[in-house]
Design a protein around this ligand. Structure first.
Ligand code: URA
Length: 238
């Protein structure tokens, strides 16, 4: 099949696919090919690093502040706007939500079962956040997180709190949760008397935000990362 036709399988029009080939976004077996007439097996073709053939989409996004964890919004930019066009056209959804002011790792996928299991407390996928909060975190706060912080409408499951720096003005700590209720981390810090100043998600399960991704950038998950998430969610028979 011609390379521009193969590239169009990703959801691009033929004209868009031709332009994608010419601008070096299309690879065959990992090598950039700029000649749209080249014959290629679609199984070997990627656009922006994403295989063109049907199959699920799995992307890692570095969400900046001010961007909504949604797929569309009439007023504000969304994480879907950060995806390359061929990927966005496949309609992947975010795995869980980050508040508008929160930065860091968002996974976007078309794989509904994996997304559901990564969010469900039943599968205990860890979410790790770097938190900056007001005041000095102490061993007493670590113990409160470990014991389950009581909030007005539920008690949070035991959470890890690893203090990285603490002084009287503010502290930095990594928080590990296996659930993700609305504003949960903010509410937990507020409940122990240390209002959050900033929050950044570092990890979901075995997938750590890639240091090479600047805010607003994204990349496909590697096969190892996807396989690791499948194992974590009891889906490794697929
Ligand atoms: N907890 C919060 O409070 N906000 C987020 O965005 C994620 C976890």
């Amino acid at each position: 099949m011609r390379l521009d036709r193969a590239a169009a399988l990703s959801g691009l029009t033929r004209a868009e696919a031709k332009r994608a080939v010419a601008s070096g976004r299309v690879r065959v077996k990992g090598a950039v090919i700029r000649d749209a007439a080249t014959q290629a097996d679609p199984a070997d073709v990627t656009v922006d690093g994403v295989p063109v053939q049907a199959g699920e989409v799995y992307m890692m996004v570095h969400k900046p502040a001010g961007v909504l964890t949604a797929t569309e919004d009439r007023r504000l930019p969304t994480v879907a706007d950060l995806l390359p066009e061929p990927v966005r056209k496949r309609n992947p959804g975010p795995v869980g939500r980050l508040d508008r002011d929160v930065t860091g790792l968002v996974i976007m996928t078309t794989d509904g079962q994996l997304a559901h299991r990564l969010i469900s407390p039943k599968w205990k996928a860890e979410k790790v956040y770097r938190a900056r909060c007001a005041g000095r975190l102490t061993e007493a706060d670590v113990a409160r997180f470990a014991g389950g912080v009581a909030l007005s409408d539920f008690t949070a499951k035991p959470a890890g709190l690893a203090v990285i720096a603490a002084d009287d003005a503010e502290s930095v700590a990594d928080v590990t949760l296996t659930e993700g209720k609305f504003h949960q981390v903010k509410r937990m810090f507020a409940a122990v008397g240390h209002p959050l100043i900033g929050l950044h998600r570092l990890r979901i399960g075995c997938v750590t935000l890639d240091d090479a991704l600047a805010p607003g950038e994204c990349r496909p998950l590697t096969e190892e990362e996807v396989a690791g998430l499948y194992r974590l969610c009891g889906m490794d028979d697929r």
